[in-house]
Design a protein around this ligand. Structure first.
Ligand SMILES: Cc1cc2nc3c(=O)[nH]c(=O)nc-3n(C[C@H](O)[C@H](O)[C@H](O)COP(=O)(O)O)c2cc1C
Length: 189
C-alpha cells in the first residue's frame, strides 16, 4: 500500500513537472495582405512549428461565424467588431488549468487582437501562468498586445514576443524557422 502511494505521488509530481505546454492560436487563411490567397494562415504555420518543437498541445480559437475570404471585406467586418467591442463566439474549448506555459499565436487585426480572442480571454483565467506571445502582422508589430495580456492577467509572466510579418512567413519558411528556434531558446530559459 505504502509503495502504491509513493508510486502515485511520483507519477503525479512527474506529470506536474513535465506537463506539456499549450499552443493557443488564432489564424485566418484565405486572402491576406501582401500574400494573396493562402491555404493555411500565418499564425497557424508558426503555431504548428512551435508545437512540433516543444511537444505542446494545440487549441485553435475558431470563430463560429467565418469571416469573408476577401481581404477588404474581412477588414470591414473586423473593424466594425472592434468599434463595438464585439465578443464573437468560437467553437469548442480547452481546459487551461492543465497548462503552466501557454504560447499564444495570433495576427494583429486593426492594431489589436482579433475580437474573438477577447471572448476566449474573458472566459479563461490565465493568471499565474507563463504566457509567450507570437505575433504575425504587416507593419504594426506587437501593437502592445503583450502589455494587454499582462493587464488582463496580472499575476501571469508575459515573455518577450516574437513578431514576423505574414509576407516573410510565406516567403521564407527556413528563415522563419530559424527565428522561431532562436526565440524559443531565449523564452524557454
Ligand atoms: C482584419 C485584418 C486586420 C488587419 N490589421 C492589421 C493591422 O492593424 N496591422 C498590421 O500590421 N497587419 C494587419 N493585418 C495583417 C495581418 O496581421 C497579417 O496578414 C497576418 O500575417 C495574418 O495572419 P493569419 O494568416 O494567421 O491570420 C490585418 C489583417 C486582417 C485580415
Amino acid at each position: 500500500m505504502k509503495k502504491l502511494i509513493i508510486l502515485s505521488l511520483m507519477i503525479f509530481c512527474a506529470g506536474t513537472l513535465f506537463a506539456n505546454p499549450l499552443v493557443l492560436y488564432y489564424s485566418r487563411a484565405d486572402e491576406n495582405y501582401g500574400v494573396g490567397y493562402i491555404e493555411k494562415g500565418n499564425a497557424a504555420i508558426v503555431a504548428e512549428m512551435i508545437a512540433a518543437k516543444t511537444g505542446a498541445d494545440m487549441f485553435q480559437i475558431v470563430p463560429e461565424k467565418a469571416y469573408p475570404a476577401n481581404y477588404k471585406e474581412c477588414c470591414d467586418v473586423a473593424l466594425a467588431e472592434k468599434n463595438k467591442k464585439a465578443r464573437p463566439a468560437y467553437i469548442g474549448d480547452v481546459d487551461v488549468s492543465k497548462y503552466d506555459t501557454i504560447y499564444i499565436c495570433y495576427p494583429i487585426w486593426w492594431s489589436d487582437f482579433p475580437m474573438t480572442m477577447y471572448t476566449f480571454f474573458e472566459s479563461h483565467d490565465l493568471n499565474g501562468k507563463t504566457l509567450i506571445p507570437f505575433v504575425t502582422h504587416e507593419g504594426s508589430g506587437v501593437s502592445g498586445t503583450d502589455k494587454t495580456l499582462a493587464r488582463l492577467y496580472k499575476t501571469s509572466t508575459v515573455k518577450e514576443p516574437l513578431a514576423i510579418t505574414g509576407r516573410n512567413i510565406q516567403k521564407d519558411r527556413k528563415k522563419t524557422e530559424s527565428s522561431v528556434d532562436a526565440w524559443l531558446k531565449k523564452v524557454s530559459k
